[in-house]
Design a protein around this ligand. Structure first.
Ligand code: ARG
Length: 458
């Protein structure tokens, strides 16, 4: 059944109906559609736009529909044009003429804009909880491995010693920014467009604030054209989700490297890795790879939204129906990724001894060795050069800076003395990096406290 009978002599062509219809993907907004309609009906009744008794009948009817959809007693008709049509049609079937008054002073254009906002708001809240859970896992692991020395990398070359706890907390920072971005996006999303009508508002004396308040929204839109044609909140959410995926994907990439036989920094739990059908020795980080792979899909969703909106004249255009599949897919994808990624991290075995061995092998204390000479009064640039010569000598002799004999040190610079061995020990190199935000175990412990406090406060 179409809502727009009257002008038309024929039903919509069957296959075209499928093309036109959004019910396969907008039915997930049934609860928000009904809650929005209840708030609208209550306001119509209070304002005397429809008889108060009829508003009550509508509200009761809508509550019944909601309960029946939730219980499964009322299946959603796949032939309906969209969820709005379905709910209104069902209401009229149940309560008769009163149902036909629900759409007074409203259009599907402001209705769908409202439903989008309400539905996405709920999903953002759920997603923020998932991100908080992930940060909690990172904080626990960081606390556990605050002393685990590992090589820090630049250009994927061993650079300077850090701690595994510190490395993990870098991701906690990224996910905190994601939380903040999502909260910001939610704030802009959480205003009511109802009252915008099809595009030009309405002549009825609506109480728009009342509706917004009942729906827990922070305010109302202030231009009826913009009210129905704004999908910034979808694009913004997809952009925020894309950034979440960038973070997850970088993390996934590192987990994949760490699992490799070349690194062996971590081992994934059997429950979160897979085998090969032919190579019996394989244990593959499929979950991490999928997370990395799915990032592109979310970026694609963002592009879909941007492209759908960029050429649209004001106000509503049917192109905008395309907002839902893209933004829902982005949300579903990120949610799925987090559902697998967080327990994968939580259950992985960390191998601090392998991290330490890698840290011991790559001259990552060379900067500290130079700093030792700086401590003896040599300008840093000269110290840098001296240590460069030492490293070359070590490579020649197959030694490390720790094992190189003092006479070799002296040949390069006579400011060296036995004290250098202590100065370049990995524990000291990392332990002295106590600048705020640094990798020293005490800093990691401090940041874990901060992270946990912040999580509590959100
Ligand atoms: N299914 C439509 C959408 O998702 C609802 C709004 C339809 N409005 C209209 N005038 N055709 O955008």
């Amino acid at each position: 059944m179409q809502l727009w009978t009257g002008r038309f002599q024929k039903a919509l062509d069957k296959k075209t109906n499928d093309f036109n219809s959004s019910i396969p993907f907008d039915q997930r907004m049934y609860k928000e559609d009904i809650t929005g309609s209840i708030a609208h009906a209550r306001m119509l009744g209070k304002q005397g736009i429809i008889p108060a008794a009829e508003a009550d009948v509508i509200i009761e009817g809508l509550q019944g529909i909601l309960a029946d959809i939730q219980s499964g007693a009322l299946p959603i008709d796949p032939e309906a044009e969209d969820i709005h049509t379905f709910v209104e049609g069902e209401l009229t079937r149940r309560v008769g003429d009163a149902g036909k008054r629900l759409h007074t002073a409203r259009s599907r254009n402001d209705q769908v804009a409202l439903d989008d906002r309400l539905y996405l708001r709920g999903r953002v809240d759920e997603l923020r909880e998932q991100l908080k859970e992930l940060i909690g896992v990172l904080a626990d692991k960081a606390a556990q491995y605050k002393d685990a020395v590992m090589p820090g990398y630049t250009h994927l070359q061993r650079a300077q010693p850090i701690t595994f706890g510190h490395h993990l907390l870098a991701y906690a920072e990224m996910f905190f920014r994601d939380l903040d971005r999502l909260a910001d996006c939610r704030r802009r999303m959480n205003i009511s467009p109802l009252g915008s009508g099809a595009l030009a508002g309405t002549t009825y004396p609506l109480d728009r604030e009342m509706v917004a308040k009942e729906l827990g929204m922070e305010g109302i839109t202030h231009n009826s054209l913009d009210g129905v044609s704004d999908r910034d909140f979808c694009m913004e959410l997809a952009a925020d989700l894309s950034i979440v995926m960038v973070h997850l994907s970088r993390f996934a990439e590192e987990v994949i490297l760490w699992c490799s036989f070349e690194f062996r920094f971590v081992e994934l739990d059997d429950a979160f890795s897979t085998g090969s059908s032919i190579m019996p020795q394989k244990k593959n980080p499929d979950i991490a790879e999928l997370v990395r792979g799915k990032a592109g899909r979310v970026f694609g969703d963002l592009t879909t939204l941007l492209a759908a909106m960029k050429g649209l004249p004001l106000a509503y255009n049917k192109d905008m129906q395309e907002d839902k599949e893209a933004v829902f897919d982005a949300l579903d994808t990120v949610t799925m990724c987090l559902t697998a990624f967080t327990p994968m991290l939580d259950t992985m075995t960390v191998k601090p001894e392998n991290m330490r061995a890698a840290a011991a092998g790559g001259f990552i204390n060379a900067t500290d060795c130079a700093d030792f000479l700086v401590g003896k009064g040599l300008p840093f640039r000269d110290a840098y050069k001296a240590v460069g010569q030492l490293v070359a000598r070590c490579i020649q002799l197959g030694e490390t800076l720790e094992s190189l004999p003092m006479e070799e040190y002296k040949k390069v610079c006579d400011l060296f003395d036995e004290g250098v061995y202590k100065a370049i020990s990995l524990e000291k190199c990392v332990g002295d990096r106590t600048v705020v935000g640094g990798p020293a175990p005490q800093c990691v412990a401090e940041e874990v406290r901060r992270v946990r406090q912040l999580l509590e406060s959100l």
